[in-house]
Design a protein. Sequence first.
Length: 437
Amino acid sequence: MLAAMPDSAPSPLSAGGASPRDGGAARATRRDGGDACPGTLRLHRADDGALARVRIPGGVLSADRAEALLTAAARFGDGELHLTSRGNVQLRGLGTECGGELAGLLTAAGLLPSAAHERARNIVASPLAGLDGSGGLGAWLTELDRLVCGSPAAAALSGRFLFALDDGRGDVDALGADVTLIAEGPAGAGAALLRIGAADEVFRVPAAEAPRAAMRAAEEFLRAARDSGAWRVKDLPDDVRAELVTTIGSASGPAVARPRPRTATPPTPGPLGSAITADVPLGRLTPTQWQLLTDTARRYGGELRLTPWRGIVIPGPVPRPEASEALRTLSASGLITAPDSPWTGVGACIGHPGCAKSLSDVRAEAGAAVGVPGRLPVYWSGCERRCGHPHGEWIDVVATPDGHRISHVRGERRDARTTVRNDPARLAAAVAESRAL
């Protein structure tokens, strides 16, 4: 089925969410229309063809499944693969009648284990878990995905509802998930912390029960949202959200004060212990780059991890001399393999001409403005929806009818805005100055 919808979920900074300008609490949002978030069985009609979003729980992808995605992109789409801010993969330029064949290919590859739950499998996980002295999250990820796919109720979750599995470093805890599990101690041994939405308190649960506690929380959300039409925890009326947290807490362990981190820290591109990390300019991978990453992963353990910051971790182990050579090869293909790349921290939505709502070709504009890496990430949006924007502190560049508006965002607040009109050189200079703050 092909359903018309926005390219991705409206940003929390757009109408209907918390307003960064007033710094107030999130307002309740009622969704009157059906959830049209795309998947692999429900494609989205974009200006460059149909779009499919393939959920990759935890961003964990075997080399064989990566090959299947490349085959799908080449056979049905424009050949490129696009990483999302949830570590998923989008295929673009699809023919409108390819849905059945695409689903068959992905099912055969193990990428579509449940047709009823394919859009509900939104799980992000700390991409460095188990690689730099932290505990692994593989058991939690496998079990939570199994529980989601096995829950009849979970099939009703919005395609925007998000689970996060954090190994304790706070990286994905900062992403604003609806249900977050935080490991305490190595591999979450002994206990885990359960957070509902942006609540400042968490509930301690046994580590072995953590995935089931997360699934119960999601099912409890569905009951709480029945009358409100909310798709996410932040959309609930304040009193309903507070009651939800209390209800889940009563079925969990003791409450612990732990405010959610404001800023996520993505992996630094380059070598990392026995692993290697590369970022993807604007999240867009050519067939050659994807094949190169897949071949590299196949030589060293056969796994890739897609990050919520549009990067890829190859866990390895990769011997140090070979890591340097692998990174040089990846860099030569156009990937980001060092933190001093001009592309570090630069992101953008698909923009014009791929999206009909975009007022500008923001990807080309972002490329024209790259320069010395700034302290802050920058995200270019073609319209006020700001699809795929980062979290925490960042520079927000939005195309408007009056020019490009530049703002400094800190969590739920933003500074006074500057607008640059029809002057590429001045725009690049203003963005660079803002990123250096």
